[in-house]
Design a binder for this molecule. Structure first.
Ligand code: SF4
Length: 205
């Protein structure tokens, strides 16, 4: 049995056990993912896979395929990647484009721009760790639907007071103790108000 990590385009990075027949199972010893695998990974072998390189229906070698792509891409290619996780496997596309001579861009208009804005404003872009959530009494979920985008934090939310700030009634909002349904763009004013109150009560630490 070998241990690996899910390479799909998801932030959770579930730990996976692979046996000698390439059967996949969630790794129960992992402190965060605790043996969980979502349906995508549980049914991995049922999905159609591309196992041969072909061109116009004819099987070709991987080297021929790479040369063909290189030709089709032409001389001026910019590699731009806008989202996804940061798993090691996700670096393969960047490596590929670097090898075929593309210009590699840095950052992105979505995740990258958001992280840059946060770093400019707060000095660092930090994400919440399930361990820290586990130690908290009150958890504020601001503009995020953890039920969908971060299911591994859900066990850590059990028994906590959950406050959700979101214009939408998301699944996590339905499960919260308090849902502050701000208007779109209204959360800047809420953030200013809360900062002011924290400052007045010397709670900013
Ligand atoms: S939730 Fe699914 S896709 Fe995401 S890391 Fe886990 S097994 Fe992979």
């Amino acid at each position: 049995m070998k241990l690996t990590t899910c390479p799909l385009d998801c932030f959770d990075g579930c730990s996976i056990e692979v046996d000698e027949n390439l059967k996949l199972k969630g790794d129960k010893s992992h402190p965060i993912t605790q043996g969980y695998l979502c349906p995508n990974m549980n049914n991995f072998h049922k999905f159609a896979r591309i196992e041969k390189t072909t061109l116009n229906g004819k099987e070709i070698s991987i080297d021929e395929a790479v040369e063909t792509i290189k030709e089709k891409l032409g001389k001026k290619t910019v590699y731009f990647r806008g989202s996804g996780n940061l798993g090691v496997m996700q670096g393969v596309t960047k490596l590929f484009f670097a090898k075929v001579g593309a210009d590699i861009s840095k950052g992105s208009l979505c995740e990258g721009a958001g992280a840059y804005g946060i770093e400019e404003g707060r000095g660092a872009s930090l994400s919440w760790s399930p361990e820290r959530v586990d130690e908290s009494e009150v958890v504020i979920v601001w503009g995020l639907n953890s039920s969908v985008t971060n299911s591994h934090v859900l066990p850590a939310l059990k028994g906590k007071t959950i406050i959700v700030i979101d214009p939408y009634i998301t699944d996590i909002a339905k499960k919260s103790d308090l849902h502050v349904k701000v208007k779109p763009r209204g959360d800047i004013y809420l953030a200013m108000l809360l900062s002011r109150m924290a400052y007045m009560d010397q709670m900013e630490d």
